[in-house]
Write a protein that binds this ligand. Structure first.
Ligand code: AHR
Length: 350
């Protein structure tokens, strides 16, 4: 407890103020004899005596663009419940950075104990994170990273090793081509990228690019922006199929985009179901994609683990106990291929 006071004096002051406000509200209620001019605090009011002991967590989610994102949101909401001692203020920024900045400012003015947020893109957060720091509110990043001048603007980051996911995809493609005896052939690749400037897009592109650089016969025809959504990927893949006759490989930076690309392939008369028309590598590991790995439509799927709530809570509990935390936590992830996928499908909830 002593430690905590040392690390987060502003937060302890906020808690004391919340406690005082609650006492004052109770006293006023008592003195007024429940007069009609003073209403009892709402159940969800942060300043009720009940909430005084809860840890107030403001979560800014970047949107709901994918199946992965929905699972990620559920994993956070499952953890921060009143039963577990938390008061969760959740905001969905609907894919707009200005909405996220607004949400963070609102968390700061509500004096939350912790800010948790998954930034849409890496740049543009210095000012608002400085405001959080000045208010003494620790910021925990999940899923995506920020690119800020001062690294002390956030306490820790919990998420996936996106660059590793990209290099693994390259290594899997090497093995696949080797297995098909095509390692010397010219290989034409198209990439469907996710949100411009976001960590998974940057990391997966960089990682895969490192392996491409090792193969003179691998040619990236185009990297198109599919925005991590099925609709945009469908549109972009249709365009790519019209522009390039000979696409051997599709690297799709998430499963939702893969579903859109598959629609486009079918519409263009290609037969992805045959498994030998085009090599598809996808990311996330959603149930529907795993089924497509099992049936051979997707060659391999690199898991991006959305179940980050439990790690978040662990970090908050450590901070509450005044313990040291790491700067980076990578969540565990698997690679799904036809050889191992069957055993994972049944338990997949998203
Ligand atoms: O940041 C994680 C990525 O964002 C997932 O791969 C994707 O599905 C999501 O939209």
């Amino acid at each position: 407890m002593k430690n905590r006071e040392k690390i987060y004096p502003a937060r302890n002051l906020r808690r004391k103020l919340r406690g005082a406000a609650a006492l004052l509200a109770s006293a006023l209620l008592f003195l007024s004899g429940c007069s009609s001019r003073i209403s009892a605090p709402e159940e969800d009011d942060m300043r009720t005596p009940v909430d005084e002991n809860l840890i107030v967590v403001g979560v800014s989610q970047l949107g709901s663009e994918s199946v992965w994102r929905t699972a990620n949101t559920a994993s956070i909401q499952e953890v921060f419940t009143k039963e577990k001692g938390y008061f969760l203020i959740f905001d969905n920024a609907r894919q707009k950075q200005e909405n996220q900045i607004k949400a963070l400012r609102s968390f700061i003015s509500q004096e939350v104990d912790y800010i948790i947020f998954s930034p849409l893109m890496e740049e543009g957060w210095d000012t608002v994170l400085q405001e959080a720091k000045d208010a003494g509110i620790p910021v925990i990043l999940i899923d995506r990273m920020v690119d800020v001048e001062d690294p002390s603007l956030y306490s820790t980051w919990i998420g996936s090793d996106f660059e590793k996911e990209g290099t693994e995809a390259g290594r899997i493609l090497e093995k696949c081509l080797e297995g098909q005896g095509r390692q010397e052939e010219d290989i034409n690749i198209v990439v469907l990228k996710g949100t411009e400037g976001s960590s998974p897009t940057i990391g997966r592109t960089e990682g895969f690019g490192q392996i491409v650089a090792l193969h003179e016969n691998w040619k990236i025809l185009e990297q198109a922006d599919g925005e991590f959504t099925t609709a945009k990927a469908r549109e972009e893949m249709s365009r790519l199929l019209t522009k390039y006759e000979d696409i051997d490989v599709l690297i799709s930076q998430n499963d939702d985009m893969t579903f859109g690309a598959l629609d486009a392939l079918r519409a263009a008369g290609r037969s992805p179901e045959s498994g030998d028309d085009i090599i598809i590598l996808s990311f996330d590991g959603t149930r529907k994609a795993l089924e497509l790995v099992e049936s051979g439509v997707i060659y391999a799927d690199l898991e991006c683990n959305p179940q980050q709530g439990e790690y978040l809570e662990e970090v908050i509990q450590k901070l509450e106990a005044g313990q040291e935390i790491e700067r980076i936590y990578y969540v565990p992830e698997k690679i799904f291929t036809r050889d191992n996928v069957s055993r994972y499908i049944e338990d997949r909830t998203y």
